[in-house]
Design a protein around this ligand. Structure first.
Ligand code: ADP
Length: 219
């Protein structure tokens, strides 16, 4: 694909997902163009995003007119109307956008998006449901899983870590996990070093393979 892109992110559809995404991107200092066909939605976002336009994102002419092809990243944030989602994604791919992301509401919706050339498909309800399952079932306070089964977990320290420094405990050898960071009550997270002494009311961040980290968090 061409690389005459100007960077920036275009968000197509300002429903709950698209709106949260666009506002967070602006918060992160990103330039965001958003398009939605609903005039009220557009009005609600005016002034909050870099550019908000009322447009039918399935229209190739309209999207060409917005210069969609020059954006580094386009996110198709339309879920409920699968037809509009697929047509909008197809336009973005056709206009040569280098990174096309799209939200899908079902497995078959996701498959079609992948088939027409979408680079990254996200399933927010599915992914969040799975994440919450891990939080609900254990002592973990936060949980992030990467594609390959590698996780980062925020948890309370198991008793074997209490009031001892990490050096010599052999956590990595014994449990196959790494204590990455420590946060004391009211303090900020810092990197764990061999000298770090962990208190019972600290929070720790542990990384490693999913099953090992979850077993460690249950100790
Ligand atoms: P969520 O579940 O995240 O709220 P929705 O699919 O319900 O997502 O919202 C999609 C948004 O996309 C709505 O604001 C709707 O107006 C907009 N939208 C749907 N179809 C089009 C289209 N063809 N052109 C532009 N905007 C559209």
């Amino acid at each position: 694909k061409k690389d005459t892109t100007r960077g920036g992110v275009a968000v197509l559809g300002l429903g709950r997902f698209g709106s949260a995404l666009a506002l967070e991107l602006v918060e992160e200092g990103e330039e965001v163009l958003a398009a939605d066909m609903n005039p009220r939605t557009v009005q609600e976002h005016a002034g909050l995003l870099t550019h908000v336009v009322e447009a039918d994102t399935t229209s190739e002419d309209a999207m060409r007119g917005l210069g969609l092809g020059e954006f580094g990243t386009v996110v198709v944030a339309i879920g409920t109307d699968i037809e509009a989602s697929i047509l909008s994604a197809s336009v973005a791919v056709h206009l040569g956008v280098r990174n096309v992301w799209a939200k899908a509401i079902s497995a078959s919706h996701a498959r079609i998006l992948t088939q027409i050339g979408v680079d990254r498909v996200v399933r927010p309800e599915l992914e969040m449901g799975q994440r919450v399952a891990h939080l609900v079932s254990g002592q973990m306070l936060d949980y992030i899983e990467f594609d390959d089964g590698y996780v980062f977990v925020k948890t309370r320290p198991p008793a074997l870590l209490h009031n001892r420094s990490l050096s010599g405990l052999g956590v990595r050898e014994m449990y196959g996990v790494t204590v990455v960071g420590v946060k004391s009550a009211g303090g900020a997270f810092t990197y764990a070093t061999p000298e770090t002494v962990i208190r019972p009311d600290d929070h720790i961040v542990v990384s490693g393979p999913q099953h090992k980290v979850e077993a460690f968090a249950r100790l």
